[in-house]
Design a protein around this ligand. Structure first.
Ligand code: BG6
Length: 504
């Protein structure tokens, strides 16, 4: 396994170097690692794509993009120039085996080695290439023990394709060379769920069916699908967000304490959660899942009017689901998860609803009756944690009202420079796959979701509800929660202030 003591320069080889992900996320992340002196070995970046660039015009193109995608306060001319000098480009077709000879030659030139080995590949290509690139790399012995490969999501399109992909990867690499990335696990606030639960003694005793009534997990956005119609229409919200990001957050909330925070123990616990998800049978499906698609509002287009989306598309842009976890800790506690495009705001958060106190002996302050405690873990924006508890209203009498005990990341000095991608690429450089998805986890997750996809595919009449852009999704998703006497917690639309919530 490669580590930062290796004597060879590290080659970061990005497939899909002229694409959107590279300019928006990968290059800004690499720049932040470089400027933050978090890459401690000598390195170069080789971008690969079909677009024709020379090194020099790729650098100019990327410099312009970084000016847009790196925060202004982090742009520094000297650092930027020096970063640019590490950039190289090779125009080749990643689907053509013989082109890898050119790649091998270029890598020999850049590393000065006969058989380049300290290489980190990043697959930021369309998913159709995920199964092809490793096989071609192997053909040219570019898969030595020191190499690592980061593969973007979605890893597979369904269970069958994920199994096939895993077969390809294990025929080329060892499992610990394969880094299936889910950038939600790179978020500080997602990692903080682990610290919150397992570095404190006071929450874990309450973290079970005896004290928790239900859990909500929301990851919604106020954007549509932007320029990604071609990809999104074959993916939909379930493949794009639920099968990976939302289910990862569910696992962090529901997992048993790992023995240690390492690649084996932590990832074993994730797989156990996935294997404990209560399978949905055909009759449960329409009851436990609400699918929606955004329609035009006064100011926004509808999904079917987006570029590269068929006018009769039945792809979902919203999903709300009720998940059950069949084990001692969670039996009977619903996990409601939802994601959607064109919602009123962008927010990712988890709300834990505790059971109410068994007996209320106090009056409530005007119109503000105490109800059960809630714990809000705000993943983004206004990152923080908020616990809502009842307090006495000062003055005569004895009235109580809910108030907030809150923590904001600003109190820890704010979040570090560089986002989730920076953190994960840094871990991969260091050879630490803990925060990446293991092959068996990806399969376990697909095993749960595959029947849902098949059901939709085979039942053209399965409900798909329209919702106007800028609303909180189909009303049916409220109805789904009302059965549990619950309702979604919708944060206020304007999240620009530093409060986690606008009002109690
Ligand atoms: C990506 C999805 O994985 O996550 C996008 O493909 C989505 O559709 C994005 O917009 C959300 O990530 P974040 O970090 O902006 O919440």
């Amino acid at each position: 396994m490669a580590n930062n003591k290796t004597k060879h320069p590290l080659g970061i080889v990005i497939f899909g170097a002229s694409g959107d992900l590279t300019k928006r996320k990968l290059m800004p992340a690499l720049y932040s690692l470089y400027k933050g002196k978090r890459i401690t070995q000598s390195f170069f970046i080789l971008g690969i794509g079909r677009t024709q660039y020379t090194d020099s015009n790729y650098r100019s193109y990327m410099q312009k993009e970084l000016a847009e995608f790196v925060a202004k306060e982090d742009q520094d001319k000297d650092w930027m120039d020096s970063f640019m000098s590490q950039l190289h480009y090779l125009s080749m077709d990643p689907s053509v085996e013989s082109d890898y000879e050119t790649l091998l030659n270029r890598l020999k030139e850049l590393t000065g080695e006969e058989q380049p080995s300290n290489l980190l590949y990043y697959l930021a290509t369309p998913p159709s290439l995920y199964g092809v690139v490793p096989l071609h790399l192997k053909k040219y012995n570019l898969n030595g023990k020191e190499t690592r490969i980061i593969v973007e999501k979605p890893f597979g399109y369904d269970l069958e394709s994920a199994l096939k992909l895993n077969e390809v990867y294990t025929s080329v690499f060892d499992e610990n060379q394969v880094y299936r990335i889910d950038h939600f696990l790179g978020k500080e606030t997602a990692q903080n769920i682990l610290a919150f639960r397992f570095a404190n003694g006071i929450f874990e005793p309450l973290w079970n069916r005896n004290y928790i009534d239900y859990v909500e997990i929301t990851a919604v956005e106020n954007l549509g699908i932007e320029q990604r119609g071609g990809y999104y229409d074959t993916s939909g919200a379930l493949r794009d967000m639920v099968q990976n990001h939302l289910i990862q957050l569910t696992a962090l909330m529901a997992m048993e304490p790992p023995l240690a925070f390492n690649e084996t123990d932590f990832r074993n616990e994730i797989v156990k959660v996935y294997n404990s998800l209560s399978p949905l049978n055909q009759t449960d499906l329409d009851e436990h899942i609400v699918r929606g698609q955004y329609m035009a509002s006064e100011t926004k287009k509808g999904y079917r009017e987006e570029k590269n989306v068929p006018a009769d598309s039945r792809t979902e842009t919203y999903i709300a689901m009720k998940l059950g976890i069949s084990n001692w800790r969670w039996s009977g506690v619903p996990f409601y998860i939802r994601t959607g495009k064109q919602m009123p705001t962008k927010v990712t958060e988890i709300v834990v609803h505790f059971k109410a106190a068994p007996h209320q002996m106090f009056h409530c302050a005007q119109g503000n009756c105490p109800h059960a405690n809630t714990l809000i873990l705000r993943i983004q924006p206004n990152e923080g944690v908020l616990l809502r508890v009842s307090m006495k209203v000062p003055g005569s009498g004895f009235e109580v009202k809910l108030t907030d005990l809150d923590f904001s990341y600003d109190k820890l000095g704010g979040l570090p420079f560089g986002d989730a991608y920076a953190r994960l690429i840094e871990d991969c450089i260091a050879g630490d796959p803990t925060l990446f998805t293991r092959g068996d986890a990806v399969e376990a997750s697909w095993r749960f979701f595959d029947p849902i996809l098949k059901y939709w595919k085979n039942n053209a009449a399965a409900p798909l509800h329209g919702y106007p852009a800028d609303t909180w999704g189909p009303l049916e998703s409220e109805a789904m929660m009302n059965e549990h006497n619950a309702s979604w917690t919708n944060p206020c639309k304007n999240l620009t202030n530093k409060d986690l919530y606008c009002e109690l």
